[in-house]
Design a protein around this ligand. Structure first.
Ligand SMILES: [Zn+2]
Length: 222
């Protein structure tokens, strides 16, 4: 009986620790297959596998917003390119202004502001509108209501206003990391709505001075 109690206690202690230092297992994220041209004047035959860790290097860090963008676009690609790789020469995208969502948008679709295949618009429903150019099929991607813990948004708003101290910022990081782990272990169908847009409009917005919200607190000290 004594040993059962000790085993239970150690197990409980280990679970408590692992929750507070929850590791985010990026290998759980699906691989996204893309196709590009094979040199500066090349043809469309260069197929590559992209992993979440590749996007992390572009973005600078792993975060819940990056995972939302990666998994949400993976869901949309299954409908836009059911037959094979995502054609990054044939896709344009409109994104909400979050630095995480916009980095996932340009990296995974090949859309770029300077070639009129990417722009930011915070008035769209959900997080992305994207379109396959040859078929003109357009989709919207949204995170289902109630999926994201409300505390992440409320504390995030305070962080943007520079009203959180270092301890509070660390708490925000912890709940974002816990949300990241949930995202990576939940079937995507339970997280996202992907819907066809029948009256898709491409109306590029000239605004390009959105706040880069992931660098606002970069100098906060103890
Ligand atoms: Zn981020």
């Amino acid at each position: 009986m004594k040993y059962i109690f000790i085993t239970f206690f150690i197990g409980f202690f280990w679970m408590s620790c692992s929750k507070s230092h929850q590791a985010i297992n990026t290998s759980k994220a699906p691989i996204i297959k893309v196709i590009d041209t094979d040199f500066s004047k090349g043809q469309l035959n260069h197929v590559q596998d992209i992993q979440l860790d590749d996007l992390v290097k572009l973005h600078g860090h792993l975060c819940d917003g990056l995972i939302v963008g990666y998994l949400g676009l993976h869901e949309a690609f299954k409908e836009l390119y059911p037959e094979g790789p995502v054609d990054r020469t044939n896709t344009r995208i409109i994104s909400k202004s979050s630095p995480c969502l916009t980095d996932a948008a340009i990296y995974l679709t090949g859309g770029r502001y300077q070639y009129n295949s990417f722009y930011v618009d915070n008035s769209i429903d959900g997080i992305y509108y994207l379109q396959r150019l040859d078929h003109q099929k357009a989709l919207s991607v949204s995170l289902k209501a109630g999926v994201k813990p409300e505390e992440i948004d409320s504390l995030g708003q305070l962080a943007i206003k520079e009203r959180l101290n270092l301890e509070e910022l660390n708490h925000l990081k912890q709940i974002e990391d816990e949300f990241s782990a949930v995202l990576l272990s939940t079937p995507a169908k339970e997280l996202f709505d992907v819907e066809v847009i029948t009256d898709f409009q491409w109306s590029p917005r000239p605004k390009h001075n959105y706040p880069k919200t992931d660098i606002i607190n970069k100098n906060v000290m103890e």
